[in-house]
Design a protein around this ligand. Structure first.
Ligand code: AMP
Length: 424
C-alpha cells in the first residue's frame, strides 16, 4: 500500500514525501479514498494513528481546484471547517493543513479562545479556505458577523467525544445549523458511544465507517509499572525516580489543575525543571511550555488529561501517572503518549492506598494485572488507612497528600470534565 495508490495528487504526494512518510497508516489507507469520493465518514481513531493526515490530505485534494493566489477576500471564502475541542489540537491540525498543503495555494487559519480576537478577525476578513476552530470562539466570531459559510463544502468534527465531554454539544449543534445542508461531514472520535452515534445520525448522511484499533490498546509497546507508595511520599518518589534514573522528557499527569501547578512548583524546588500545562494557563504560556518541553529545555511537563489531549509529542519516552485517572479509559489515552512510532515507552504509575479501586478498574480494562514494584526506601506504610473520596466527602489536605480517586470510577463519579466546559 502506498500513498500513490490512494489516488492523491502530485502536490500532496510531494508534501507527504517531504514529511518522510513512506506508507499510509491504517486509518489513512481506509479514510483517504472514502473522503476523496466525497462521502461522509465516521472514523474511530485516536491521536497517534495518523488520523489528521487521513482527513486533511483528501480534503485538500477536494478543495485544490479552488486554490488561488488572488489577494481579493472574495476569492477565498470558507470551504472547510475543522472543529476541535482544544486550542492545542486546533493549532496542531492547522499546522498539518499547512504542511500537507504547502504546494497548494489554499489559505488556512485557526480561531480559538483565550487570545485577542482582533488578529483572528483580520485573518478571517482577508479570506481563508480552511478554518480550524474551537466551538466557543467560532460562535463569538459568528455573532460579530465575521463568518460566512455559504460556500462551505466540508466540515470535520475532530475528537468529537472530547467535544461532547467538554460540554460543547449545544455549540456544535448551533454551528452545524449555520452550514449548508449540502456538504461533506467527517466525524472522528476515539470511542463510538451512544451520544456520538446520535450526533452522527443527526449530522452525517449515510456515512462510511472506518475503525482502527488504538495504537496502544494492548499497550504492547509500553512498559507499564506500578510503584506502590504512600500518598505523602509521591512527590519525593517522583523526584527520586527522575534524578536517580536521569529521566528526561517526562510527561506527568495529575488529576487537577491545582495539583499540576503545585507539583510543578515543587519539582522546580527539587531542582527539576518543569512546567504545568492546563486550561487556566494563558495561551502564550501553554505554547511556551509545550515548545520548551519539545526542545528539551524543560525536563518535566505536568499536565491534566484535557490539556494533554491532542498534544503531538512523538516518541515520548516516559509518562508518569502521579495520580491515576478517575476514568479508566483516560489511562490508555495517557500512556498512548509513549511508545509511539515503534519506539518503546515507559509508563510509571505512583499508586497510593486510596487508589486501589481505580487501579483495579484500569487492570480490568487492560485485561491484565500491571506489575507492582516497590522502590527501595519508598515502601508504603501498611498502617495508613485508605481515604478515598466518597459521597462527596473530600479530604482537605493539600495536593500531593490528597486522595486521588473515587471508588466506583465511572459509575459513581461524574466525569469531571463535563462541567469543565470551556475552561480548558
Ligand atoms: P495524528 O494521529 O494525526 O495526531 O498523527 C500522529 C503522528 O503520526 C504525527 O506526528 C504525524 O506526523 C505522524 N504520521 C502521520 N501519518 C504518518 C505516516 N503515514 N507515516 C509516518 N508518520 C505519520
Amino acid at each position: 500500500m502506498s500513498f500513490e495508490s490512494l489516488g492523491l495528487m502530485p502536490e500532496l504526494l510531494r508534501a507527504v514525501r517531504e514529511q518522510g512518510y513512506e506508507t499510509p497508516t491504517p486509518i489513512q489507507a481506509q479514510a483517504i479514498p472514502i473522503v476523496l469520493e466525497g462521502r461522509d465518514l465516521m472514523g474511530r481513531a485516536q491521536t497517534g494513528t495518523g488520523k489528521t493526515a487521513g482527513f486533511t490530505l483528501p480534503m485538500l485534494q477536494r478543495l485544490a481546484h479552488h486554490a488561488s493566489t488572488s489577494t481579493s477576500p472574495a476569492r477565498h471564502p470558507i470551504r472547510a471547517l475543522i472543529l476541535t475541542p482544544t486550542r492545542e489540537l486546533a493549532m496542531q491540525v492547522e499546522e498539518s493543513v499547512r504542511t500537507y498543503g504547502r504546494h497548494i495555494p489554499l489559505r488556512s487559519t485557526t480561531i480559538f479562545g483565550g487570545v485577542n480576537i482582533n488578529p483572528q478577525t483580520k485573518a478571517l476578513r482577508a479570506g481563508v479556505e480552511i478554518l480550524v476552530a474551537t466551538p466557543g470562539r467560532l460562535l463569538d466570531h459568528q455573532q460579530q458577523g465575521n463568518l460566512n459559510f455559504s460556500q462551505l463544502e466540508v466540515v470535520v468534527l475532530d475528537e468529537a467525544d472530547r467535544m461532547l465531554d467538554m460540554g460543547f454539544i449545544r455549540d456544535i449543534r448551533k454551528i452545524i445549523g449555520l452550514l449548508p445542508a449540502q456538504r461533506q461531514t467527517l466525524l472522528f472520535s476515539a470511542t463510538f458511544t451512544d451520544e456520538i452515534k446520535q450526533l452522527a445520525s443527526a449530522f452525517l448522511k449515510n456515512p462510511a465507517l472506518v475503525e482502527v484499533t488504538p495504537r496502544n490498546s494492548a499497550a504492547e509497546l509500553v512498559h507499564q509499572v506500578v510503584h506502590p507508595v504512600d500518598r505523602e511520599r509521591k512527590r519525593a518518589l517522583l523526584a527520586h525516580l527522575i534524578q536517580s534514573r536521569g529521566l528526561e522528557q517526562v510527561l506527568v499527569f495529575t488529576r487537577t489543575k491545582h495539583g499540576a501547578n503545585r507539583l510543578s512548583e515543587q519539582l522546580d524546588k527539587d531542582g527539576i525543571s518543569s512546567m504545568a500545562i492546563h486550561g487556566n494557563k494563558s495561551q502564550p504560556q501553554r505554547i511556551k511550555a509545550l515548545a520548551d518541553f519539545k526542545k528539551g529545555a524543560v525536563r518535566v511537563l505536568v499536565a491534566t488529561d484535557i490539556a494533554a489531549r491532542g498534544l503531538d509529542i512523538d516518541q515520548l519516552p516516559h509518562v508518569v501517572n502521579y495520580e491515576l485517572p478517575q476514568v479508566p479509559e483516560d489511562y490508555i489515552h495517557r500512556i498512548g503518549r509513549t511508545g509511539r512510532a515503534g519506539s518503546e515507552g515507559e509508563a510509571l504509575s505512583l499508586v497510593c492506598v486510596d487508589e486501589q479501586r481505580l487501579l483495579k478498574d484500569i487492570e480490568k480494562l487492560l485485561r491484565k494485572d500491571l506489575p507492582k514494584q516497590v522502590v527501595t526506601g519508598y515502601a508504603p506504610d501498611p498502617s495508613i488507612p485508605a481515604e478515598p473520596i466518597e459521597n462527596g466527602r473530600r479530604s482537605s489536605r493539600p495536593a500531593g497528600g490528597r486522595p486521588a480517586g473515587r471508588p466506583g470510577g465511572r459509575a459513581s463519579a461524574p466525569r469531571p470534565r463535563r462541567s469543565g466546559g470551556r475552561a480548558e
